[in-house]
Ligand binder design. Sequence first.
Ligand SMILES: *Cc1c(COP(=O)(O)O)cnc(C)c1O
Length: 413
Amino acid sequence: MNKLAIHGGPKTKTTPFGSGNRFGEAELMELKEALEQGTLFYHYGEKVKQFLHKFNEMYGVKYSVATSSGTAAIHVALGAAGVTAGDEVITSPITDQGTVIGILYQNAIPVFADVLPDTYNLDPASIEARITERTKAIVVVHLAGSPCDMDAIMAIARKHELKVIEDCAQSYLCYYKGKLTGTIGDYGCFSTNDFKHISTGDGGMVTVNSGREDDYAVTHAFADKNYQRFDHVVSRDIHHIAPNYRMTELQGAVGIAQLDKLTWICDMREKYGTRLIEGLSGIAGVYPPKITEGGTSSFWFFLFRLDTEKLTGSVDDFVAALNAEGISCVRGYIPQPVYLQPLFQTKEAYPGTNYPFTLSEVSYEKGICPQAEEVLQTSVRIGISEFYTPGDIEEIIEAIAKVAAHMIKGGLS
Ligand SMILES: *Cc1c(COP(=O)(O)O)cnc(C)c1O
C-alpha cells in the first residue's frame, strides 16, 4: 500500500468533492411574491402560513409554529410545556448550545444525562437515573440525523409525567419505527439556519403534537410576545413574559422552495451515510456509528469512533493523516461536553449571580457523563453533502481504510 500523504505519499482524494447551489429560481420567485404582498409580517402575509402548511403535510401534524431560529423553537417548546423557574430539564451533553439556552432563559436548570457509546444519543437508563422531584421535561437530541431510542424514552416520560421535546435541528425526515422524529414527543423543534439540511438564512419550527387547539394557541403566543393572533381576533393581554421569535415572510418564502428539495436532500444523505457505515465496517481500529434499532438517519454529518488501544497514534494523528489524504475532518463534534463549558463550570448563566443553579443540587463536574466525554475524545467527524458523488464516498472510505491500515498496531508503518 502507498505511503500516507502526510509522510509524502500520494493523496487519496485528488479531485474536488461534488458541489451545487442550494438556492435557485424557485427561491427567487417566492421572494419576489413575498415582496409584492406589500407586507413582510407573518400574520398579514401568506408565505409563513404556506410554509407551515407544507411542513405540516410532510410531517402529518395538525399544528406547528414558525420561529426565528432553532434555539428559539426549543425555547418556545419549553415555554409552551410550562417549564419555569426552578424546574430541571434533562438533556444531552453532546449538542449545540441552542439546546440549553431556552432552558436557562426560563430560569430552569439543565441536567445532563449520559449517551450511548455507539449511537451517541441519550441513554434512557441515564435519563431515568437523573430524574428528581424538580424534573419537568426531557429535551432529546437526535444527533446528526439519527433517532434516539424513543420507545424507552417515552415510557420513562409517561411513568414520571414529564414533557418530551425533540431537538430535530439535525434530524430532518429521520424515522423511528415508522414515525418521523419530531412527531413522537410533545413538541418537535427544527432549525433552518444556514448550516442545516434546508436553509432560510435563520429560522425554525415547532410542532405541537397533541394536535390540541389550546396547546397550539399557547405555543403560538409564546413565539409572539404572548400576542394571540388568530384570524381577525387579536388579543394583547399578557399574563407571563414571552419573547418575540417571529419568522418573517422572507424566511417563509425561501422555506417553501427549500421544502420541495428536502426529500431529495435527505435521501441522498441517507444513501451516502449508509454506504459509509457499510464501507467502514470491518476496518480494524475504526467503529462506524450505530443507528438506533428501527431507525433511519438523514446524516447531517458523519461521526465515527477510533479504537485508540489498537492504533499506534492518537486521534489527532489520525485526523491529521486523514486531512492530508484530502478528506477534511476534525476530532469530535464539539470540543467537550456542554457541561464543561465555562458557563456551567462557574454556574454563571447571568453575570454576577448563580441563579437559577442555586435552586438545585445539580453537578457539572468532569466525569458526570463518562461516555459522552469518551465519544468526543475518540471520534472523527467528516461532512456529508447531498451534492457529493458516489465516487466521493468511495474515496472517503478508501482514505480512512488507508490511514487505519498504517496506524493499526503491528500494521504497515
Ligand atoms: C443548529 C442546532 C440548534 C440551534 O439552531 P439555531 O437555528 O442555530 O438556533 C439546536 N440544536 C441542535 C442540535 C442544532 O444542531
